[in-house]
Design a protein around this ligand. Sequence first.
Ligand code: TMP
Length: 199
Amino acid sequence: MSGAFIVFEGADGAGKSSLCRRIADDLSAKGISVSLTAEPTHEGIGAFIRSGDAGNISQRTEALLFVADRNDHTENIRRMVSEGKVVLCDRYFASTVAYQSAKLDGDASDRDWLIGINSQFIDEPDAIILLDIDPQVGMGRVGTRGEEISKFERLDFQNQVRANYLRLAEEYGFDVIDASQSQDDVYAQAMEIIGKVIG
Ligand code: TMP
């Protein structure tokens, strides 16, 4: 079987990570070779971003770190796809555009800059699945998971992130799933999209 590169996107609490795990388990059970991966990665630059050790850096430098992590990650993804694996990637370039452009206050030139720096280092996914959810609902989920409220999780910020995602979805033809539905319904719709890609 030939490989595939499938990306999952969404604001915090949209349910991406559990959906990715469920799909990975399901495809593996069907004998399909799957690799579940995420950004920021847990190695090199990604681990550095997650550690918070970068200290007091500018928003542009932070965006460049996400893209640097993506550059190395893309090489790994490309290799896995060429080995025939279905790569399920929890966040990719749209996360930088949606989140960092909200941090840079959504100014059009900043958005163009973010798209531009990404474009040099990314591969085109076979599908980008956006889990769309009202941040009030999504953040409720984050809270019930008992996670620390991070700087990314303020409601107004998440509203901006959601709007940025929906704009990207329209421009780049993402598959949008209403993530306020039951987990089973979201899963079924995601599997239908993936089925069309992997055949
Ligand atoms: P996670 O909750 O999916 O593990 O992602 C960690 C946080 O990193 C999440 O709030 C989104 C943020 N993020 C960005 O701001 N820009 C990026 O490019 C990526 C990949 C993640």
